[in-house]
Design a protein around this ligand. Structure first.
Ligand code: SAM
Length: 267
């Protein structure tokens, strides 16, 4: 890139730009865009991945918060009428407003400083999403994919696995970015479940109970959940109250939450 074309990376926007052509091609191969599909890229930056997607799909929406990068993208894709550039904050964006009959395929090398709240926001839009491919901190992908008994298993694992099937697709080292981040990264593929794997009667109770359990992950469920359920109520859900929060699976959390919503309603 020529010096006049240089964009100084902004830390506050989590700007670590991909420059490794091999990794970029591997990401696009994992996504495998098709000519009739609508793709949405979060944080296209300088267009490292975008360049290879623009001619491979029917519609491409780019959500970029940085106005300077938006101006560059507008120049780069001036002749592509099916590329739509939105100068927005993805954390506040209504993804489903982009659907016109077809579901959306989301992707992005996400800003690591907002990745968890962004994932939770995207899960609220899950009904219009076909699948997602995101570059995240490797440690976050490990937490998303972890099961009971694993040290990485926690609130993020349970909430993401309630919505999606999680698959780690590719590890990417710091040297593939400029500037290089201090952490390793991974690409994760998330495919929303067509039918949820467990029955949750009241999502708010479920979310609250899981968050409460993992604020005290070293305590027993009996202690961690004492404000929400008694030991007897936990046992009645076929869960041992002496277990730690990281020992029980998604199904057990759904049973506990369903007990909670019953006890809240009967208060
Ligand atoms: N996709 C590019 C690449 O791989 O080189 C850039 C990735 S960089 C890690 C993250 C990008 O997300 C930056 O372009 C940044 O400006 C943008 N970004 C940061 N916060 C955002 C937000 N809240 N909404 C939309 N874009 C955001």
């Amino acid at each position: 890139m020529s010096p006049t074309n240089y964009h100084k990376p902004r830390k506050r926007f989590g700007q670590n730009f991909l420059h490794d052509e091999h990794v970029i091609q591997q990401i696009v191969a994992a996504i495998a865009p098709q000519s009739q599909q609508t793709l949405v890229e979060i944080g296209p930056g300088q267009g490292a991945i975008t360049r290879l997607l623009a001619d491979a799909c029917a519609e491409l929406h780019l959500l970029e918060i940085d106005r300077d990068l938006v101006a560059r993208l507008q120049t780069l894709f001036a002749n592509n009428t099916h590329v739509h550039i939105h100068n927005v904050d993805a954390l506040r964006f209504d993804f489903c407003s982009l659907t016109s009959g077809s579901t959306l395929r989301l992707l992005g090398n996400l800003p690591y400083n907002i990745s968890t709240p962004l994932l939770f926001h995207i899960m609220e839009n899950i009904d219009c999403i076909e699948d997602m491919h995101f570059m995240l901190q490797k440690e976050v992908v490990e937490r998303m994919a972890a099961g009971p008994g694993n040290k990485d298993y926690g609130r993020l694992s349970i909430m993401i696995q309630y919505y999606c099937q999680v698959e780690s697709v590719l590890d990417v080292g710091p040297e593939s970015f400029s500037p290089a981040p201090k952490v390793d990264s991974s690409i994760v593929r998330l495919v929303p479940h067509r039918v949820k794997p467990v029955q949750v009667d009241d999502f708010h109770s479920f979310s609250k109970l899981v968050a409460q359990a993992f604020t005290m992950r070293r305590k027993t469920l009996r202690n961690a959940l004492k404000d929400l359920l008694s030991a007897e109520q936990i046992s009645a859900c076929d869960v041992d109250p002496q277990l730690r929060p990281d020992a029980i699976d998604l199904d057990a959390y759904a049973r506990l939450a369903n007990c909670c919503s019953i006890s809240e309603n009967s208060d």
